[in-house]
Design a binder for this molecule. Structure first.
Ligand code: HMG
Ligand code: MG
Length: 305
């Protein structure tokens, strides 16, 4: 069944791995992406082209891209797969383009403190870089997605002023991003907070220009997605096994687990095109490779059946 009511962006290979302290072999990263591509997922955030001093785990991004583009997943080879990669500045864009990336992700925080901690610049400077990079990437024929961080709270300065969000989202869309992911970096959101935010954003921005990127620190990720879905959002970022977290966001946990999201949506009659059982075995496998407990509740339940 190729009908998809909701599109998932699997961010495990990027957000999921960026905060893991032990160095994961490049071959494991490539294997992870190949296996994920075999579940029916079509958007897989593959890696980042950021400073290797800031995120050493993803320093092998060029190698990862080269391998997955040369030898794409065997079963779904005929499908069009998107492998977006993070590229916050011109150097990131150049490296991503040289590695064969067709889509980049530019990102900015809504809040100053996290912007400084994560990108060593102000929000306005980050947006200026986003704009320069986005324009150049579009010239190069690439697609550009925007992601904003700290939609609800900043790890250093506390709650985010709600009125700060719309201008940043609008600016990313105006500069040419085809959509903007709304990042609850700390995973402190609840359905009510999601609803309040979307009520504001949707007065000016069409639902198909927005996506949800919810971390699951308080176990609210699935609930947040359901509320956002009910309000018209049809695209969500999630991470296999619930891996993830930003090294510069102390206290944040992983992204909502893709397995949990697929379980909820498919059992609500909402088609995702993703093979849940296959995904669960990947979640178990990668958790084992990294040496951490398997973090998806649905995945654990399905595995122990
Ligand atoms: P900086 O130190 O201010 O930058 O970092 P700089 O321009 O002074 O450069 C420092 C060094 O980095 C130089 O090398 C540059 O060449 C190099 P040196 O001369 O010292 O040898 N460099 C690069 N190398 C490779 N690729 C690049 C690159 N850029 C500079 N692209 C910078 C500024 C933005 C580079 C840095 O702060 C950085 O890389 N930050 C990214 C941190 C990051 O990746 N965080 C996680 C992703 S964001 C996230 O997880 C949130 C999200 O999931 C949504 C959510 O949950 O909210 C998306
Ligand atoms: Mg994130």
């Amino acid at each position: 069944n190729s009908r998809r009511d909701v599109e998932i962006v699997e961010v495990g290979p990027r957000d999921g791995l960026q905060n893991i302290k032990t160095t994961i072999p490049t071959t494991t990263k490539i294997e992870l992406i190949r296996r994920l591509a075999d579940t029916g997922l079509v958007n897989i955030e593959a890696t980042s082209f950021v400073s290797p001093k800031w995120v050493p785990q993803l320093a092998d991004g060029a190698l990862v891209m080269k391998q997955i583009l040369e030898h794409p997943g065997h079963e779904y080879q005929s499908r069009r797969l998107n492998y977006p990669v993070l590229a916050p500045n011109y150097k990131g864009l150049q490296n991503a383009h040289a590695a064969g990336a067709k889509e980049i992700v530019v990102f900015a925080s809504i809040t100053e403190a996290f912007s400084k901690a994560n990108q060593n610049c102000t929000v306005d400077q980050a947006l200026q870089q986003c704009e320069a990079v986005t324009k150049e990437a579009i010239q190069l024929g690439m697609r550009v997605r925007g992601v904003v961080s700290c939609i609800f709270s900043d790890p250093f300065s506390g709650p985010t002023p709600p009125e700060a969000i719309l201008p940043v989202v609008r600016r990313l869309l105006d500069m040419g991003c085809y959509e903007v992911g709304l990042g609850d970096t700390l995973g402190v959101g609840t359905p009510k907070k999601v609803q309040d935010l979307l009520e504001t954003l949707l007065t000016e921005i069409p639902a198909n220009k927005l996506a949800g990127h919810f971390h699951d620190t308080y176990g609210q990720g699935v609930a947040n997605i359901v509320r956002a879905y009910d309000m018209g959002i049809r695209k969500f970022d999630s991470s296999v096994a619930g891996l993830g977290g930003c090294p510069y966001a102390p206290g944040a946990r992983g992204n909502v687990a893709t397995e949990d999201v697929i379980y909820t949506l498919e059992n609500s009659g909402i088609s995702t095109g993703v093979d849940l059982e296959r995904l669960c075995s990947i979640g178990q496998w990668i958790s084992n490779e990294i040496g951490i407990p398997y973090g998806s509740r649905a995945g654990m339940a399905i595995a122990s059946k």
